[in-house]
Every structure is written in structure tokens, then in C-alpha cells.
Design a protein. Structure first.
Ligand SMILES: O=C(O)CCC(=O)C1=CC=C[C@@H](O)[C@@H]1C(=O)O
Ligand SMILES: [Mg+2]
Length: 338
């Protein structure tokens, strides 16, 4: 693989040709359905003698996927020294039936905080209540947060939050999709803090949430926000507490999330970076999986080493490799421009 030096702005001095020549696409089985998928496709790109992750979700068009590419190309642009050597993380519970909740959470080992998915398409509020109740009954001390992915309208959100409040929620993530609805919801019901995720990571201006007073907390993800530096800038400029969360990445992408979390001026909440536990395979041997440190489940600040044997083992079909090559060609010029 060719050696390369980073550009002055920290982005990697690589050519499209070298990325196309070295790119490897993997398809990792998931241990439980999450976000409607059971296989996670991810591209690993060679930069010098290291690998970076580029894994925009399959339905994303080039404008959005190119911001994720920008993040990949700036992976080694770490803006400042880490302030901590490990970060506390939460377990993440997909919208499984209530009677499976405890069993799915066992994959995470011991944890103190859990994010429970709610408002899944095709389900009802009763399903969410049953799932949250099952977790609360089994883990009376747990910090529980929910994530609706904008799946409720304003009235549904207000009803849902009032119904779920007795279970004791740390915060509710993206209960409604629209920014102005977040603002209204906070005026109608202010007993549960609101976190913004999609309103930050999919917005043209990720700081509008803070300016409009639409949330108490920002959820930040490295790939959608264009890299560790860009995400850190967003957090600092927002002036809000931040939760670093994964994009269902491999351990390579998770490590970038940990790098970001390690640099946040303050870390008030456990981070959504233990989703490695939802993957049935990975591209590194020493996977980034949560470990209990006596107080919290944590991930270490490390640079995991990609194992090329695993890139072979989980290699996506030729047709998928081809698909990602075209995607890279389409996104490349946009990634230079953003
Ligand atoms: O934050 C977490 O606990 C885990 C990550 C997580 O929930 C997500 C990862 C990837 C895609 C998203 O739909 C989802 C989220 O909405 O935050
Ligand atoms: Mg979310």
C-alpha cells in the first residue's frame, strides 16, 4: 500500500485511485435486528498502512454519504489530546418484544445505562411501554433513556412521554422529527430532558437545534458529522451537553467515536458506543466491546488493528463490492467540497 502524509488540514492525502484499489467491503451479520437490518455492510479504506471506516447506511444518497466519507478521510486528524483513557457506555436495546428484552441485554455484560428503542414502525405505544417496563422491573437501578428516531407526531410524543414518565427516564432522544415540534414539545411537557439526534446529524446546520432551544442534549456521531474534529466543534459551539453515539460501525468506526468522547470538555452521559455487541463479527480481533470497570461499562481509547483475514472472512459479494466502488466514485468529489 502506498505511504501518504496528511494534508495541512488533517485530511488524508490519498487519491481516489488508491482508495478504489484497496477498498474492502464487508457484510457483518447482526446478532439481533436493528434499524430494520440484519447485515451491516461497511467499507474499509486504506490510508497509508492503516484502515479507516466508511459505512453510510445503504439508503443514503451521495450528498449525505459524502459527509461520512469526509469523516473517514479525516480519521487521523485528532484535534487535541484525549482528556480520558476510557469512556463510559450504555447498552442499546432494539425494539424487540418485551419478553426478549432481558435476554438481548445480556449480550452487553454488566451495564448501568440503557437506551431503549421505541416508536418502531408497525408497533404501538403499548409495545414500548411493555419493553420499558420489562427493563425497569428487572433493573430497578438502571438509567433508562429512550430513542424514538422521530417516529411520533407531536400529540403522540406528548402522550408517550407522559405514559413513560413513571418508569423514570434519563432523557428522550428525537421524540419528533421536526425541529419546531421539538421546541413545542418542550413547552408542553418539560419533565423529561430532550436529546436531538437526527436534528443534528442530518441537518444542514447542526447548530440550529441549540439556537432554537430545541433540545437539552445533543447526540453526536462521528461519521455523519464529518469527522472527530467537526463533531467536536459542533459540540463546543452548541454549548449543550453531548452524548457520543455510534452509527452501528465496526470497531474501527467505534474507536473514532471513543476518540471524540475522550476529547469532550465534559462527559455527563454514558455514550452509545457499545453497539459492537449487536454485530456477530468484526474486522479486528480485539473487538471494542464494553467491559465493566467497577462503576460503569467502558470502552478504552485505542486504535484497533484491522485483521485482513477477517476482511476476507466477511467479504461482501462481488456485486456489493462493485456497488460500493461506484458509491465511492460518486461521493469522492462531494467529500472534497464539504
Ligand atoms: O446510541 C446508541 O445507544 C446506539 C446507536 C444508535 O442508537 C443508532 C445507531 C445507528 C443508527 C441510528 O438509527 C441509531 C440512533 O438513532 O441513534
Ligand atoms: Mg438516535
Amino acid at each position: 500500500m502506498p505511504e501518504s502524509q496528511p494534508n495541512a488540514d488533517g485530511s488524508a492525502a490519498v487519491s481516489l485511485e488508491s482508495l478504489l484499489a484497496g477498498m474492502r467491503v464487508v457484510s457483518l451479520p447482526m446478532t439481533v435486528r436493528f434499524r430494520g437490518i440484519t447485515e451491516r455492510e461497511a467499507a474499509l479504506l486504506p490510508i497509508g498502512d492503516r484502515w479507516v471506516e466508511w459505512s453510510p447506511f445503504l439508503e443514503y444518497e451521495a450528498p449525505e454519504a459524502s459527509r461520512w466519507l469526509r469523516a473517514a478521510l479525516t480519521t487521523f486528524d485528532t484535534p487535541s489530546a484525549p482528556l480520558r483513557d476510557r469512556v463510559p457506555v450504555n447498552a442499546t436495546l432494539p425494539a424487540v418484544p418485551a419478553d426478549q428484552a432481558v435476554q438481548v441485554l445480556e449480550r452487553y455484560g454488566r451495564w448501568r445505562t440503557v437506551k431503549i428503542k421505541v416508536a418502531e414502525r408497525g408497533q404501538r405505544l403499548d409495545d414500548d411501554v411493555a419493553r420499558v417496563r420489562a427493563v425497569r422491573e428487572r433493573f430497578p437501578e438502571a438509567r433508562i433513556r429512550i430513542d424514538a428516531n422521530g417516529g411520533w407526531d407531536l400529540d403522540q410524543a406528548e402522550t408517550a412521554l407522559r405514559t413513560l414518565e413513571p418508569f423514570g427516564l434519563e432523557y428522550a432522544e428525537q421524540p419528533v422529527a421536526q425541529l419546531h415540534d421539538l421546541v413545542t414539545l418542550r413547552t408542553r411537557f418539560d419533565r423529561i430532558p430532550i436529546a436531538a439526534d437526527e436534528s443534528v446529524r442530518k441537518a444542514e446546520d447542526p447548530l440550529r437545534v441549540a439556537r432554537m432551544g430545541a433540545a437539552d442534549i445533543v447526540v453526536v456521531k462521528v461519521q455523519p458529522l464529518g469527522g472527530v474534529s467537526a463533531a467536536l466543534d459542533t459540540v463546543v459551539a452548541s454549548g449543550l451537553p453531548a452524548v457520543v453515539s455510534s452509527a452501528l460501525d465496526t470497531s474501527v468506526g467505534l474507536a473514532a467515536g471513543v476518540q471524540l468522547a475522550a476529547r469532550l470538555p465534559s462527559l455527563d452521559y454514558d455514550c452509545g458506543l457499545s453497539t459492537g455487541a449487536l454485530l456477530g463479527g468484526d474486522v479486528v480481533r480485539r473487538r471494542l466491546l464494553p467491559e465493566w470497570d467497577g462503576d460503569a461499562a467502558v470502552l478504552p481509547v485505542t486504535q484497533p488493528e484491522v485483521d485482513e483475514g477477517l476482511l476476507d472472512e466477511f467479504a461482501a459479494a462481488d456485486e456489493r463490492q462493485q456497488h460500493w466502488r461506484q458509491r465511492l466514485i460518486d461521493c469522492w468529489p462531494l467529500a472534497q467540497a464539504v
